[in-house]
Write a protein that binds this ligand. Structure first.
Ligand code: ADP
Length: 631
């Protein structure tokens, strides 16, 4: 190399290499010797300052024509170190793709002599040998004139041998017709040409070359010779072939992959790290009726339900920022305009440094699940609403039932109130009589007056209890003594029981703990159970009617109250049915007494149940947790 450089430096004139656009990157020693300036001064476009200002425009035009393959005779004056301008001719030859090799030769002494014979340019030979390409010169009619050393080395022949060879001896048979055509065409049109061909190396191996043929002309434009420059591009070709093969393999595996992806029974997509979608599978396209191109970028967003679009975009933005996997539910429009719910899942794929390279996503149809959820939600709402309505109806019914049983207890009430009223009247007249006697019996009258007051209070008590039982609407929670509550109800019903010929046997356990609850509601239950028992014994003939009301403590620390009759009893299969609303076997029954009673007891955390007796009749019993001492 250093040897070759010294050859270049020894050249008379200025040799250089440059880009096609005129930027010089190397000048030979001749530059410094002639201009007296450093090599660095010539680099880039610095060399142009040595060109005579009058000649520069023509020189640049010539340069452009030269690099475009239209050879022209470029002549210009260059300033010598002592300020004297001398004429030079510029020759440009391609070196490699975009690279040129040039030589300014001093022609000041020959100015006016248009073309120098090749022999005169023989210095050029050294330069040509430096060009890393096969260079050959041909006569205008195509006969080989001279070649550079690389050409001889590659083909493994002397110039004399080469001159004997036919073109077929060096060019690959498959490329031969193309080469001959191109050459014939170039000679005929006198236009440069380029093509690619395989040339046989000395060892028989073929290498790919990019060949160019450029005509060289004299000052009147006649072609003086052709220069053929062939650059070895075998490696690039092989790389290209490898790339093509790799691409083919990639696209084949992509085909396979896309077959697999399209077989996935869901929607699959991928997006760039910035979120712009690059791929959606066929199923996605089939569903939305959009093409892959339409879906790309942010096109897919048009398939999202308007109500879900903004929240989904916000969620997607946050996901892109965080780089974490995530999922979101949204409705996607089907090709026919119908929307279905999907679960949109996105997972990032990262490079070895953890940066997100791609997002992969999958959308799963969750319409059925969503429908079920929405149905469940609406059922829950409806249920809540209907429970509220039911509560209202229940309290209305409870009131109705109380009013209904009012009729049944009228006789008993009359009896209850009649007794004290009769007492009051009797006592009042006795009192009057005693006071009217002579002398008046004041002590007796006082005693009778006291009895009158007692009877009056008794009557008022009955009326008050009745009012409480039949008109009360609000609930008061207090400690209730079940024995006492039951006694009050029984006292109220004594007349009714007597009228029906029922013998009542109370069996109360003393010192029962209290239960917490609403006294009036619990009395309503007891009243209902006793009236039902009485009615069950109504039709009974042939045996005495016995009614037992008992209280006690059961094994679970619950206070119980049981009403046992020896009436008609019931079919054990109906044991539960009796507690459903509107179940009745009575002609004028409403069938709500037991259902309301049970709901009252359950609200007191207790249970109400019915059982047929061993003998005739039935037992209805409820139990309620006892309040603990001190609570
Ligand atoms: P109603 O008394 O208006 O029929 P209830 O809900 O109080 O409504 O009673 C429902 C049904 O349960 C009665 O019609 C009756 O068939 C049955 N039943 C209730 N108490 C007794 C009982 N002590 N013995 C037999 N059957 C009863």
């Amino acid at each position: 190399m250093s040897n070759q450089l010294s050859v270049v430096d020894a050249l008379p004139g200025v040799a250089f290499t440059a880009q096609g656009d005129g930027r010089v990157d190397f000048v030979s020693q001749g530059w410094t010797t002639y201009t007296g300036r450093s090599a660095a001064d010539a680099h880039g476009r610095g060399w142009q300052s040595a060109v005579h200002p009058d000649d520069l425009p023509a020189l640049l035009t010539g340069w452009n024509a030269g690099v475009n393959g239209t050879a022209v005779d470029i002549q210009a004056r260059l300033r010598r170190f002592d300020g004297v301008y001398r004429w030079f001719v510029l020759r440009l030859n391609p070196l490699a793709e975009g690279q040129w090799c040039g030589l300014f030769s001093d022609i000041d002494d020959y100015r006016g002599v248009p073309t120098a014979p090749l022999a005169a340019d023989l210095d050029l030979r050294t330069i040509i040998d430096c060009i890393p390409a096969l260079v050959a010169f041909m006569t205008p009619d195509g006969a080989l004139e001279c070649v550079n050393c690389h050409n001889l080395d590659y083909l493994g022949a002397t110039l004399e041998e080469l001159k004997q060879w036919t073109v077929g001896a060096t060019v690959h048979p498959d490329d031969l017709p193309g080469v001959i055509n191109a050459w014939m065409h170039a000679v005929r049109t006198e236009q440069p040409y380029r093509n690619e061909l395989r040339l046989r190396r000395a060892d028989g191996a073929y290498h790919w070359f990019a060949a160019r043929a450029l005509p060289m002309r004299d000052t009147v434009g006649r072609i003086t010779r052709w220069v053929l420059i062939s650059v070895d591009i075998d490696e690039q070709k092989r790389d290209k072939a490898l790339i093509a093969q790799a691409l083919a393999e990639v696209s084949a595996s992509e085909d396979r992959l896309s077959n697999i992806i399209n077989a996935i029974p869901g929607f699959v997509w991928s997006a760039a790290p910035d979120g712009s979608v690059g791929f959606v599978n066929q199923r996605w396209c089939d569903y939305t009726g959009m093409s892959l191109d339409e879906a790309r970028g942010i096109g897919w967003a048009r398939s999202v339900h308007p109500e879900d679009a903004a929240p989904l975009a916000e969620y997607w933005g946050a996901l892109l920022q965080s780089g974490e996997a995530g999922e979101y539910e949204a409705r996607l429009r089907r090709f026919d305009g119908h929307y279905r719910w999907f679960l949109v899942r996105a997972v990032p794929q990262r490079d070895e440094w953890g940066a997100v390279m791609r997002w992969y996503g999958e959308n799963t149809d969750i319409e059925d699940r969503k429908q079920a959820e929405m149905l469940a939600a609406s059922i829950a709402i409806e249920r809540q609403q209907s429970e509220e309505t039911l509560d209202k109806v229940r309290s209305e019914l409870a009131h109705l039932a109380r009013v209904a049983s009012l009729g049944a207890v009228t006789a008993s009430i009359a009896h209850e109130v009649n007794q004290p009223l009769a007492g009051i009247i009797t006592n009042a007249s006795t009192c009057l009589r005693m006071l009217g006697a002579d002398p008046p019996n004041v002590t007796g009258a006082l005693e009778t007056a006291r009895r009158t007051i007692r009877d009056g209070n008794r009557a008022a008590d009955v009326i008050n209890r009745l009012r409480a039982l039949f008109s009360k609407k609000t609930i008061t929670i207090e400690d209730v003594d079940l024995n006492e509550a039951a006694r009050e109800v029984i006292a109220m019903l004594l007349g009714e029981l007597q009228r029906n010929g029922v013998a009542l046997q109370p069996d109360f356990t003393d010192d029962l703990p209290a239960v917490r609850g609403d006294r009036v509601q619990l009395q309503q239950v007891i009243l209902n159970l006793i009236l039902n028992a009485t009615e069950a014994m109504n039709t009974m003939t042939g045996r005495a009617r016995h009614l037992q009301v008992s209280t006690g403590l059961n094994e679970h620390q619950g206070v119980y109250l049981a009403v046992t009759d020896n009436g008609s009893g019931f079919d054990p299969l109906d044991a539960e049915r009796m507690f459903t609303a509107f179940y009745t076997t009575k002609h004028a029954g409403m069938g709500i007494g037991l259902s309301i009673s049970r709901s009252i007891i359950e609200r007191h955390a207790g249970v109400l149940s019915a059982a047929v007796n061993d003998g005739p009749g039935a037992t209805f019993q409820f139990s309620i947790p006892a309040t603990r001492e001190g609570s």
